[in-house]
Design a protein around this ligand. Structure first.
Ligand code: ADP
Ligand code: MG
Length: 690
């Protein structure tokens, strides 16, 4: 059955563009903004910073200007306070026929500053008569894509479809929350909320409708994740690591290369407590780049060993796995701990010898990539898995590890990507969080400097000075998929130019199109110091430690997101020397870009940056959430603004589950049903584990 007023063609566009296949989907397609259509401005009052506004006036005359793509139609529009230009770039003929001169129109559009003048491009014009027939007051605007517009599904058409739907369904929409929750959260009913979100009867009801729908969305998100967590905690016991023994003590007293920072000590204590209370640990360790997470990982693994267990350390890439292996070689020198490396490229012969040793428990610590969690890798008694630099490792993936042992191993996920509190609550609601908020002593914060590309000559002199002191340099180019070939050309050109500017130094290059082995080889040259300058796209490994690299130059910094810039900056400042991060941009920058650049030059605080990033970009864009399939497509709630509603939703969900963990009571029936319904839907289903 097609939606009322929607033929097969439009239905097809709605499905392809918005994934809307039913009237229910349709009424959950909410306006993205509202316009007060009761207010009419005077031309004298308007300026270029205003949002969409309305004017009332007449067109005096038309004029066609420019040639080719610059061809445009200009109308002189006036009221009793002044005049303004209207501009059209398309449908030039038709517009002149439809909109008559000297006829009163209500104009709707967005004023923009163009040079010293204000104009309005592609305004909507209505005669007063038509306008006052019902389209006054607060009016919702719906997002539409280009393809939708081609099929004449613009904002108003979407609105009309929704009108038709409401005309057809006379009965109130069923409630999805129980009375208790409605009362405690102090929200309006669903029927009233949905109707008012589309056709607000007043500003007040619009606010209440938004509040109710945001609450509902976040409430179910929390109810879902908390239910999973509760279930897991109840069902899955954990290994007891009660002892601190020889492995830990020998290392701590003989091999520890430096005093632990206060934060490292605190986190180790938190972990110790966590692994000795009979429940499986699921902990997220957040600590900025260079904060010393590896050492915490090692200490935790040694505790596992002291309690007769094995441990595994998993890294996202081969390079990182090798680096961890080498770090452990240094740290564990002289101690009697068997450990080994297993990656996708471990030779078959070695692998065949290694796997039985792991299975029999001879190898105590296994370091590697995803190869570790393949089914062929069996352990004797795996007690702890540390997952490095992979906050994308979601619930479902972690669940696979639980099967690696009779009692599921403790899990420690480490990440240098700070996750804002609200986001962590939503995506990692089932993880306990530890934070290393202190860098080892002696580190100098990276100095970040903004330089316009046109003024880069001086920059090269300073860079040369660093190179002369024996330091190494990264130069990063953006790589954005849409224009990949172009970007690659930029990168290769950048490589050549760099060679020309610094003929006395060796330059290497890596990018995403290279084979992994090739990439690793180039990376290795830089790590070992064979090359002094690395030209790269953002593929430079997360977590790669080259303490000697002290300069990071980011070309076209305007094309990077805030978190991404911060991640890149983290590649330098890992040694004792003063490091620099140079952000190169064009002169012309949007306001948003200026903000990003100034945040970068002002702070090194990863959490602050993550919060700002969330505000500037919205959570859907946060690095990782999308690639990981964690995409919880929030329809109306906004994690950066609705933190309070989220907390309330979480508290209420928690209370409900405390009394009725399986949601079986008659009054929680409706919650159970709705949860199951949402779980059938792919978006939330991610959280459930078989
Ligand atoms: P990350 O948290 O980014 O993984 P690493 O574990 O790689 O950081 O540590 C970064 C550097 O800091 C390493 O060279 C490590 O040896 C050093 N380091 C770690 N802890 C301390 C400490 N307490 N005091 C001094 N240096 C430390
Ligand atoms: Mg690390």
């Amino acid at each position: 059955m097609y939606l009322p007023g929607v033929g097969p063609q439009k239905a097809d566009v709605l499905r392809k563009e918005l994934d809307i296949v039913s009237w229910e989907d349709m009424i959950y397609y909410f306006p993205y903004k509202y316009i007060d259509r009761s207010k009419i401005f005077k031309i004298r009052e308007i300026n270029g910073n205003m949002p969409y506004i309305q004017l009332k006036g007449k067109i005096r005359n038309y004029e066609t200007l420019g040639e080719g793509s610059a061809r445009r139609l200009i109308a002189d529009f006036y009221d009793d306070t002044g005049n303004i230009e209207l501009v059209w770039f398309r449908n030039i003929k038709r517009i002149q026929n439809i909109y008559k001169t000297n006829t009163e129109y209500i104009l709707f559009g967005k004023p923009t500053m163009f040079g010293y003048k204000i104009n309005i491009a592609h305004p909507e014009l209505d005669t007063e008569n038509k306008f006052f027939q019902g389209e006054v007051g607060v009016q919702g605007q719906y997002n539409t894509t280009e393809k939708m517009k081609d099929a004449f599904l613009h904002s108003r058409a979407v609105q009309r479809i929704i009108v038709t739907i409401f005309e057809q369904i006379k009965a109130p929409l069923p409630e999805t929350l129980n009375i208790e929750t409605i009362r405690k959260a102090n929200v309006i009913h669903r029927d009233e909320a949905i109707r008012n979100i589309h056709f607000p009867q007043s500003q007040d009801l619009l606010r209440k409708a938004q509040y109710r729908l945001k609450f509902e969305e976040l409430f179910y998100l929390q109810l879902n994740i908390l239910r999973v967590t509760k279930y897991r905690k109840q069902r899955l016991g954990g290994l007891y690591f009660s002892k601190i023994g020889k492995y830990f003590n020998d290392f701590y007293h003989n091999n520890l290369p430096f005093e632990l920072t206060g934060a490292q000590k605190r986190v180790v204590r938190e972990i110790r407590h966590d692994v000795n209370n009979g429940r499986q640990m699921n902990r997220l360790l957040q600590g900025d780049v260079g904060s010393g997470k590896t050492l915490v990982a090692l200490l935790s693994m040694l505790i596992a060993l002291d309690n007769g267990c094995q441990a595994a350390l998993m890294a996202p890439t081969e390079i990182l796995a090798i680096q961890h292996y080498e770090t452990l070689q240094k740290l564990l020198t002289g101690l009697d701990v068997e450990f080994a490396l297993l990656t996708g490229s471990t030779k078959k012969k070695i692998r065949e010898k290694l796997l039985p040793d792991v299975r029999e428990g001879k190898i105590k610590i296994l370091i590697g990539t995803h190869a570790l969690i393949e089914d062929s890798v069996a352990f004797n008694n795996l007690g702890l898995v540390v997952i490095d630099e992979q906050h994308r490792f979601g619930v479902a993936q972690r669940a696979r590890l639980w099967k690696k042992n009779a009692i599921p191993p403790h899990i420690l996920v480490m990440t240098a990507t700070p996750i804002p509190r609200t986001l962590a609550m939503t995506v990692y609601g089932d993880l306990d969080v530890s934070i290393i908020d202190e860098l080892p002593p002696g580190r100098k914060p990276v100095k970040t400097i903004h330089v316009y590309s046109a003024k880069r000559t001086n920059l090269y002199d300073s860079v040369r000075k660093q190179l002369q002191q024996g330091r190494q340099v990264y130069i990063v180019y953006p790589l954005i998929e849409e224009s990949e070939t172009m970007d690659l050309k930029n990168l290769t050109e950048g490589f050549k130019i760099t060679q020309e500017i610094f003929p006395e130094y060796k330059v290497c290059m890596i990018h995403g199109k290279m084979k992994p082995a090739e990439k690793d080889a180039e990376m290795q040259k830089f790590i070992s110091g064979d090359t002094q300058i690395m030209v790269a796209t953002t593929v430079i490994e997360v977590g790669v430690n080259v303490p000697n690299a002290s300069v990071m130059i980011i070309e076209n910094a305007e094309r990077f997101g805030l978190s991404q810039l911060h991640q890149l900056r983290g590649r330098v400042g890992r040694g004792a020397d003063q490091s620099f991060c140079i952000l190169l941009t064009n002169y012309e920058l949007s306001e948003n870009t200026r903000k990003r650049i100034s945040i970068m030059t002002e702070t090194n605080d990863g959490f602050l940056i993550a919060e700002e990033d969330l505000k500037l970009r919205g959570p859907g864009d946060i690095d990782g959430t999308q690639q990981s399939g964690v995409a919880f497509n929030l329809k109306i709630a906004n994690l950066s603004h609705d933190g309070q509603i989220l907390s309330l939703a979480r508290d209420l969900a928690q209370q409900i589950l405390e009394d009725d963990p399986l949601l079986q009571s008659s009054q929680n029936m409706v919650l159970n049903q709705q949860l199951n319904k949402l779980n059938q839907n792919k978006q939330v289903g991610w959280f459930m584990i078989s």
